[in-house]
Ligand binder design. Sequence first.
Ligand code: GRF
Length: 206
Amino acid sequence: METTRLGVLISGRGSNMRAIVEACRGGRVPAAVAVVVSNKASAAGLEWAREQGIPTRVLPHRGHGSREEHDAAVVAALREHGVEWVCLAGYMRLLSADFVEAYPGRILNIHPSLLPAFPGLDAQRQALEYGVKVSGCTVHLVDAELDHGPIVVQRPVPVLEGDSVVTLSARILEQEHLAYPEALALLLGGGWGLEGRRVRLDVDPG
Ligand code: GRF
């Protein structure tokens, strides 16, 4: 099977990026990470990617024009590296419509709640404060609305008595590291289609 070239966008720690790289290298995802792009030079994940010999690009958004201009620079970097699918992994920026159209149906995001519950920032805190007994994580295709596109994989996580944001976040993160590779393996394997906003995984790949 041909190897799909992934671009991973991060803003911070990069543990999901790492899970994706390791799943590719371990043969669980038929892809390779061609480049890691960060809008923050201080993102800890960049250092790990560099140590691994993965090309990295830092494209700060502050002082670099409008959202559209910054996104155009990110898309240009992705194209330079032959990226076919884009994985947002803790990338703390809303994508412009132009970015979404540059990779139609080929951008994934991970969010630490069972969407559509608790979109946006501090999802784990939102879940805890709301008092839900189950939360989790969601991998979804990206559209121009925040944490909104068609859902590919969800993994539930119980909220336990005595949980803090820290303990709940850690339990959800373990599942995130399984969910992202799982979603990539499902989609890159083909045999899926969209029916409205439903991702159907039972489509004849033809
Ligand atoms: C994760 O919880 C992810 O769901 C959210 O941001 C966090 C990023 O963590 N979008 P990491 O940088 O992948 O470690």
